[in-house]
Structures are given as C-alpha cells and as structure tokens.
Design a protein around this ligand. Structure first.
Ligand code: GSH
Length: 223
C-alpha cells in the first residue's frame, strides 16, 4: 500500500464509524475526508461519482474506491489478515456475520435520515417514532442472540466484525432515546469494547469534523 487510504466519513455516521474502527484495529494509517451529510454533501454530483448510493462511508485504497461498510471491512480483513475480524471456528464465523447483518440490514437502514425524512408525517421533519420502534425491536432480538453467542465480546472472547458493527449502533440507540436497561448483555459488551484503543480512536468525538460546539448533553452519547 503506497498511498495512504482516504476514508470519506461523517463524524457521527454509524457506518463510517464501523470502518474507522476496522482501520484502527488493523493499525492502518489513513486520512479522513469529511462529508457533511447534514449539508447534503453526500448528494452532490462529485460525491455520487465516489458512491452512487449517496451514502458514507467510501474508502479509497490500493488505487480503488470501495463502498458499503461491510464490504470495506471484509476487504480490509482479507488484505490485512493480521488480527482477523472472524473467529477460526466456522460456526462462530457465521454467528459473527449474522450479528453484523442483523444490525447492518435489520436495524440501521430503518433509522437512516433519508428514511426518517421520507416517512415523516405532516409537521414532522423526521419520523423518530419509526426509528425508535425498529431499533427497540431489533435490540430485543440482538440481546437474545448475543446472550447465547457472547463471551467477553459478541462472539466468544475475541473482537469480531460483530463488535465493530455493534458499538456505533448502541450509541445510535441512545441518541434515539431507547432505554437500554432491558439489554444487559449488549451494555456489558459495549463497556468492554469502548476501552480498547481502536474503538477509542474511532469515536465520533475524536474526528476532525466533530463540531467543537457540541453541548455536554450531545457529547454524553458518545462517552
Ligand atoms: N449499507 C450502507 C449504509 C450506509 C448509510 O446508510 N450511510 C448513512 C450514514 S450512517 C448515510 O450516508 N445516510 C445518508 C442519508 O440518509 O441521506 C453501508 O453499510 O455502508
């Protein structure tokens, strides 16, 4: 890898956050190119050439542009096999992928800004109840799944792709004001992951595009 990878990322986007965690876990030095989704920078013609889906993240690496956070994470795992994101046991590999998919396909798309704008009722800017409903339901399933798969982390005692995807989603749940007390296993795993260096570095509060006028209340979701 001759040129530093460039990550098109938005500080508070959960999907960008996943890729930042993965890059840090692999000790890859990268540059962040902030994309301000609140200002619609992901919808410009210029950005559409990078990601036709008009989503962050995207990663320029090895002379190519990659899109879709899970595909990017899997690319990184294949290109940099040290500290793998999947266990060696094939059943646990399937469990790790399943947890990542439950969040990436079953929860996050239903809280995405464009969905909440599109489903908003008259007088609302975002349909927050829609997001809350699906996050809560998703977490009920997720708690059951991780209760049987987890050791210290989501699957056994090593960090896997499931943990990479879990952390940003737990914060999103908090931002959407979901009561997390019915999900003790998820909360325990979150606590153990947050202290790891890669997770600390990838935190939205430590990103170059994190606004410097965030209130303590808004900061508290990420701490
Ligand atoms: N499946 C995609 C989803 C990406 C995605 O939804 N990104 C959000 C931020 S987390 C986004 O760019 N949303 C823009 C919008 O809703 O307009 C991935 O995993 O990369």
């Amino acid at each position: 890898m001759s040129i530093k990878p460039i990550l098109f990322s938005s500080w508070s986007s959960s999907c960008s956050w996943r890729v930042r965690i993965a890059l840090h876990l692999k000790d890859i030095d990268f540059t962040i190119k902030p994309v301000n989704t609140s200002k619609g920078e992901h919808k410009t013609k210029e950005f559409q050439e990078i990601n036709p889906m008009k989503h962050v993240p995207a990663l320029k690496i090895d002379g190519k542009t990659l899109i879709e956070s899970l595909a990017i994470i899997n690319y990184l795992d294949e290109a940099f096999p040290q500290k793998p994101f999947l266990p060696t046991n094939i059943y646990q590999r399937a469990q790790s992928r399943a947890i990542a998919d439950v969040i990436a396909s079953g929860i996050q798309p239903l809280q995405n800004m464009k969905v909440l704008k599109y489903t908003a009722k008259e007088g609302e800017s975002l349909n927050l109840n829609f997001a809350r409903h699906w996050i809560k339901e998703g977490f009920e399933s997720l708690e059951e799944i991780v209760s049987s798969s987890s050791g210290k982390f989501c699957v056994g005692n090593e960090v896997t792709i499931a943990d990479i995807v879990l952390i940003p989603q737990v914060t999103k749940a908090r931002q959407f004001k979901i009561d997390l007390t019915p999900f003790p296993t998820i909360c325990r795993i979150e606590k153990d992951l947050k202290v790891l260096e890669a997770f600390h570095k990838a935190n939205p509060l430590r990103q170059p595009d994190c606004p410097n006028d965030l209130t303590d209340y808004n900061k508290s979701f990420f701490e």
